[in-house]
Design a protein around this ligand. Structure first.
Ligand code: FAD
Length: 263
């Protein structure tokens, strides 16, 4: 599996992305025209650290439209159809184009993904898995050779079949998707993909890359029902946080009123 950031380059991100987001944020509170703010941000009259500081505060406050003005395009290669089906469930602020199983004829044979758990399973089970997948690919070729159109022959392909996509997401969508897909509750393959995506964004901008994190990191707590036992230790579960909050409120209400408290 590969995920390569094809646009923007580091130079474009450094020169335009932070100033652009800053302009969107600052326009809300300024009498200056947006193009004036943008010029000041680009030529350094507004120091980059000041720009980052405002952007950080705005993102933390959830004012997400400000980060919809910048996009990231990835070439995603060699992921399974299992992964792509999950990926394309994201709808807001993201565009996909995917290799077609109708128009690609797979003359060299479709390639497939082998999950680690199956690779390390009982050798007999592994052999049966490989036979099943290879059998499906062989049948595909036989169907196509006998004149069945690719769009029908493909019905025999397993979920393990690899595919390629181009994905463009604005920064708000990318943060949202990363929040869900970097979470330890996400499926291993899509989690791996978003680790690669995070790495790519980090390489062009450690500042913007730092916002790609499991959703519990900005929230401060975990809201996954499946983690009530807190087997994932990144953040405490929401239930625990609410219990601690209720406990503290009870302790405070049990304390005698302060002498200087108003009547
Ligand atoms: C761990 C995990 C397990 C999952 N398991 C399953 C499963 O078993 N079965 C299954 O079917 N799916 C499953 N999903 C997929 C999940 O239900 C979502 O479809 C997917 O994560 C896309 O996220 P999103 O809905 O936030 O969409 P996005 O398109 O990423 O939307 C971003 C945000 O925009 C808003 N938005 C988008 N569209 C609308 C709209 N039409 N109306 C109102 N607001 C909107 C919402 O606030 C949304 O959160 C799973 C996802 C995860 C992360």
């Amino acid at each position: 599996m590969r995920a390569t950031l094809v646009f923007p380059t580091r130079e474009i991100v450094e020169r335009y992305y932070v100033p652009l987001i800053y302009t969107a944020c600052r326009t809300c509170y300024s009498e200056l025209a947006p193009d004036d703010i943008f010029e000041r941000a680009i030529d350094g009259r507004i120091p980059p650290a000041k720009q980052r500081e405002l952007i950080g505060r705005v993102i933390e406050s959830g004012h997400g439209s400000t980060i919809e003005h910048v996009v990231f395009t990835f070439a995603i290669t060699g992921v399974s159809r299992t992964l792509s089906h999950q990926l394309v469930r994201h709808r807001a602020g993201v565009a996909f184009d995917q290799q077609s199983q109708r128009y690609v004829s797979y003359k060299k044979g479709a390639s497939t993904m082998l999950p680690g758990t199956i690779a390390e399973a009982d050798p007999e089970l592994l052999a049966r898995y490989e036979d099943q997948v290879e059998g499906a690919l062989e049948l595909y070729s036989e169907l196509v050779d006998s004149g069945i159109p690719g769009e029908d022959a493909r019905f025999v392909f397993p979920n393990a079949t690899r595919t390629n996509l181009v994905m463009t997401a604005n920064l708000r969508a990318l943060i949202h998707m990363s929040g869900l897909r970097l979470c330890t509750m996400a499926q291993w393959e899509i989690r791996r993909l978003f680790q690669l995506i995070r790495h790519e964004v980090f390489a062009v901008s450690p500042f913007l890359g730092s916002f790609l994190a499991p959703k519990c990191v900005p929230l401060g707590y975990c809201d996954e029902a499946g983690n009530r036992d807190e087997h994932c230790p990144i953040r405490p579960h929401k239930d625990r946080v609410l219990e601690a909050w209720a406990e503290q409120a009870k302790r405070q209400s049990a304390q005698p009123p302060r002498a200087d408290a108003p009547e």
